[in-house]
Design a binder for this molecule. Sequence first.
Ligand SMILES: Nc1ncnc2c1ncn2[C@@H]1O[C@H](COP(=O)(O)OP(=O)(O)O)[C@@H](O)[C@H]1O
Ligand SMILES: [Mg+2]
Length: 330
Amino acid sequence: MTQPILQVRNLTTRFRTDRGVVTAVDRVSFDVAPGETLAIVGESGSGKSVTALSILGLIPRPAGSIDEGEILFDGKDLLKLDAPGMRAIRGNRIAMIFQEPMSSLNPALTIGKQIAEPIRLHRGLPWKTALGMATELLGQVQIPEPASRLGAYPHQFSGGMRQRAMIAMALACRPQLIIADEPTTALDVTVQAQILDLLQDLARRTGTALILITHDLGVVARYADRVAVMYGGRLVEMASAEALYRAPRHPYTRGLMACVPRLDGDTSQPLVPIEGQPPDLTALGPGCAFRPRCPLAQARCATVRPALQDAAGPKGDSRHLNACHLQEIA
Ligand SMILES: Nc1ncnc2c1ncn2[C@@H]1O[C@H](COP(=O)(O)OP(=O)(O)O)[C@@H](O)[C@H]1O
Ligand SMILES: [Mg+2]
């Protein structure tokens, strides 16, 4: 197996709020290999974005802090870098694409300038070369007549075109990892599919690892190689997309699946929440976070946090991990 480009180990991120200390990410571990698409899926508030922001070094201080863990990127712990060290990696070797491109694009700068500037800065290339590469990138993300679009401002682009421009910006510095947090949620379904097809195609062709954060199981089925399911800030199941859909193990994942009428890549079905309330992240207690909503909960689920492990034994898929005490029957 190829060496993972990213290894997240025991990541724990908390926020101090008026309501108490929120443990938004709670001892989360996963790897991403070069060229692989890992989807992180879970209900709103399950800690997906905070996981992404932790990797990117963008947790707002002092309210937020990473209290535990390691984030090894290409073997080096990002948590040990100082601010300039992290800035050299973010937007360069690790790129990000967020839901609303308007908030990441500068409204006062032309699209061409915004794509060319990081190329010039991070790769030390002359301005003219950088502009030429920006044109090429706009072509790659299928923006028609790219050369004549360099001078356009973000507001002159449609939502879908802005997101394409964001992908061009993300690719500009040839990152080894792209983190896309609900990149198409604001777009209509047809445009969503075009953009995600494009993003994945470009990532695969360049061997770039992709973390695709979504609450949409249709997106997961269509794009993910592997899936990490989050609940209450914790990873509850992790497996190949194929294994997860064929035989989901965690009661939460099973609940999610039951809510989705079609698993054949149709992204038009919204995720219907499972009955009950999402957990209060200020007071999870010692047991399983899903216990209050779990149809199978037993006494020990209230007292002992289940470890994320493969309980299927040697015959099972050794990389199908599940955090449930009831592995055998679940
Ligand atoms: N800046 C912040 N201050 C306080 N709490 C936060 C902050 N950012 C996120 N949280 C909390 O962390 C939890 C996880 O949030 P998030 O990662 O954004 O969820 P999602 O899975 O929807 O992306 C939520 O309970 C959220 O309220
Ligand atoms: Mg989010």
